[in-house]
Every structure is written in C-alpha cells, then in structure tokens.
Design a protein around this ligand. Structure first.
Ligand code: IP8
Length: 249
C-alpha cells in the first residue's frame, strides 16, 4: 500500500509567526508515522516559512521571478522547515530523507509540472520515507514560481499510483456553514458556496483549491485534522472523503 500524506503548513508551523515550528505537532505526527507499515511519501506545506518570503518577493504559482536571491530566500526557508521535520521524524525512528523539488522539478510554459519520481519510488522500495515540501520551481518563460505541496501530492499520487492520499489540515475536514465536517464530497459544485479562502498569508489558495485538486485524482483522498492522523494511517477515513468521479473506491 502506497500512501501520499500532506502535512499542512498551518499544522506544522505557527502560521502567523514567521519561521516558527509547531514542534509538538511534528512530534505527534512522527510518532503516528513510526507506527505505519505502508510505503509512505510525506509532503509538507510552507506555513510561516515559505509563504511570508513568497509574498514579500511577489512570487506566486503564476507570478514568477528571475531574481535568484528571491528564489533562494523562499527555497532556503523551506529547506529549514524540511530539515526540522526530517530531524524530528528521524528522532522517532522514521527513515525520513529530504527531497527538494527545486532541484528536480520544472514547469512548462503552460505551468504543467514535471516531477521525475523514479528516485522517490526507489526510496520507497529501499524503506525510506521521502519528505518533500512546497517550494519554488523553475518555470519556462516565467523564471521561477511557487509549487504548492498540494500540487506535489496530486502529481505523486498519480506517478506513484498511490492507493490512498491524506491531507492533514488545521481543521478536522471540510466544514459546512455550521462548522460541521462534510463527510464526503463528490462534486465541487456541491460545496462551492461554503469554501472560503485561507485566513493567513497563503499564496497558493485555500480549501477550495485543495478540494478541486483532490477531486481530479484516481486515488481516494481524505482531509482530516491532526488528531485523526493515527486513524488515517491505520486505514480509516476520518474527516472528509473527497472522491471524484474518476476515484475507484
Ligand atoms: O503551503 C507553498 O506550499 P503550500 C510553499 O503547500 C511555498 O501551499 C514555498 C510558499
């Protein structure tokens, strides 16, 4: 069983305080991950590390930069967060290894991502847990743009033919107007009215973008809160199941 898990940037950092790691949450995630026997790829978001720098330099998923200093500002911040995650995972006995998308990925002129996954597949075969992160990535005719963790999750889910996808979020699932968790989403139109934006600086979009991305996947996806991570890794589907028409579940 191959599982792609995203740890949201709002979950593993204090998103309103620049470059502050939520150490207790990363420890809890690491302890849960240490228990799983599945082949697991972890992707984490930018939280208070990547987004502030991206915002400061005016870089987004579509607005690029050719300023190498801006590229390294964003990338280095994400590497600092990635190192904090990998270190804590290793402390809990997880065979975590870092993978930095800037070094391997690119976008074409239309913005379509190419992420070679052969190395990641071999990491899984060899018992490692690759840990990727939202990043800045070279983009044909645009310089460099932001690559969200959600895009990485979607790409890896397809290229690795993942069996399950999980998004561990700051909320316990997709919430309706009464803040109740919506159990299942099959069509974007059913929830379009209730999906708002993110409440802190976030250059890659909020819950609406996540749901749209997950609906397009072949594998069933689940959005859940950090308390439900052990349950998700044990095979349950807590929170909101996002299962598009192409999902074979
Ligand atoms: O938090 C964005 O990743 P996300 C990464 O998954 C950067 O949207 C560099 C802002």
């Amino acid at each position: 069983m191959t599982v792609v898990l995203k740890l949201g940037g709002s979950v593993i950092t204090e998103k309103s305080e620049p470059e502050t790691v939520a150490e207790d949450v990363i420890d809890r995630a690491a302890a849960a991950i240490a228990e799983t026997d599945d082949e697991l790829v972890v992707v984490h978001g930018g939280g208070s590390f990547g987004h502030h720098h991206a915002d400061r330099h005016g870089v987004s998923t579509t607005d690029g930069t050719r300023d190498a200093g801006a590229v390294t500002d964003v990338h280095d911040a994400m590497k600092r967060l990635n190192a904090a995650v990998v270190d804590r995972f290793q402390d809990h006995g997880v065979a975590a290894v870092p993978v930095h998308p800037l070094s391997v990925a690119s976008r074409d002129e239309e913005g379509t991502l190419t992420l070679p996954s052969g190395g990641i597949a071999t990491m899984l075969d060899e018992g490692f847990v690759p840990v990727l992160h939202g990043d800045v990535v070279v983009h044909a005719s645009t310089g460099a743009t932001i690559l969200s963790g959600d895009e990485l999750v979607a790409d890896l889910a397809e290229s690795l033919d993942a069996d399950r996808v999980g998004l561990c979020s700051a909320v316990p699932g997709v919430l309706d107007e009464s803040d109740e968790v919506i159990a299942r989403i099959d069509r974007f139109d059913d929830v379009a009215a209730v999906l708002g934006g993110s409440d802190a600086t976030d250059v890659t979009g909020g819950m609406a973008g996540k749901v749209r991305t997950l609906l397009a996947l072949s594998a069933p996806a689940v959005i859940f809160g950090v308390d439900d991570l052990p349950s998700f890794l044990a095979g349950s589907s807590p929170g909101t199941v996002v299962a598009g028409e192409s999902t074979d579940d």
